[in-house]
Design a binder for this molecule. Structure first.
Ligand SMILES: O=P(O)(O)OC[C@H](O)CO
Ligand SMILES: [Mg+2]
Length: 256
């Protein structure tokens, strides 16, 4: 029988931002519903699933093409149109449940963590302006308009850059845990090698590693997202409040 070696404990964490730490996905939904209504079309979660997590221009192309309005509205004009509405909404961004508790816990325990968001800098600043103290605990940020992020999620670029910029990086893939809410983000983690494949075979847990830099992802999806998107993630939670650090070899919560 092949030797079974357990996974290494997680030592570093990468957080997504929109829809994971911040309750901002609802703003995109609201604005896109308004724009589509002008064309007598409705915005649904199958389209949402294809857009979320991506860089702005990449999501915009999906939006105008999938809805069949690209002859009337270009991706670039769509971005201009939604910008004014988003700019008013982003400064009101709230934290998702459990985000503050988890970030403060990892910081208190000396676990290095960073942010990897498809949001570009201007939006990042608007969204985080009420949460500066919490976000200042991140070791570093990789934003959607970072020069190293040639392509947005599901390309692995953003997670490869994030893994590289930790102290003493690049950190090995099998020591990194990624938190995501979006199908494109979970796929990006997988494409970066961050997926820890867990298979139940002959009543033992076997872990097979992929080559590449990172291997584990925890997905905290919106309940409206189709469950077929859950399959790529290593763990799916309803809320960050349900996260158990011990599952990943991380120090337990003091209040657990
Ligand atoms: O989910 P994030 O943080 O990568 O952000 C991506 C877009 O800005 C919103 O879907
Ligand atoms: Mg997200």
């Amino acid at each position: 029988m092949a030797a079974v070696s357990g996974p290494k404990p997680v030592t570093h964490v990468i957080f997504d931002m929109d829809g994971l730490l911040l309750d901002t996905e609802k703003f995109y939904t609201e604005v896109q519903e308004i724009i589509l209504a002008r064309y007598n079309k409705t915005f649904d979660w199958s389209l949402k699933a294809k857009m979320m997590g991506r860089k702005a221009i990449e999501a915009a192309r999906v939006f105008v093409e999938e809805t069949g309005i690209s002859d009337s509205l270009s991706a670039e004009d769509f971005l201009v149109e939604r910008e004014e509405m988003l700019r008013k909404l982003f400064p009101t961004s709230d934290l998702m449940p459990g985000a503050s508790r988890l970030i403060k816990h990892l910081h208190a325990k000396g676990i290095p963590f960073c942010l990897a968001t498809g949001s570009h800098r201007r939006h990042f600043e608007l969204k985080t302006q009420r949460h500066g103290e919490l976000f200042s605990l991140m070791h570093h940020f990789v934003l959607g308009d970072d020069p190293e992020v040639k392509q947005g999620k599901p390309s692995p670029d953003i997670f490869l850059a994030a893994a590289k910029r930790f102290e003493g990086g690049p950190v090995e893939s099998d020591k990194i845990l990624v938190f995501e809410d979006a199908p494109s983000g979970v796929l990006a983690a997988k494409n970066a090698g961050i997926n820890r494949h867990v298979a139940l075979a002959t009543s033992i847990l076997q872990y097979s590693s992929l080559c590449g830099p990172v291997r584990s992802s925890v997905m905290v999806p919106d309940p409206q997202l189709d469950k077929s998107h859950h399959a790529t993630a290593d763990q799916v939670l309803s809320s960050l409040l349900d996260f158990n650090p011990s599952d990943w070899g991380l120090p337990p919560f003091e209040d657990a």
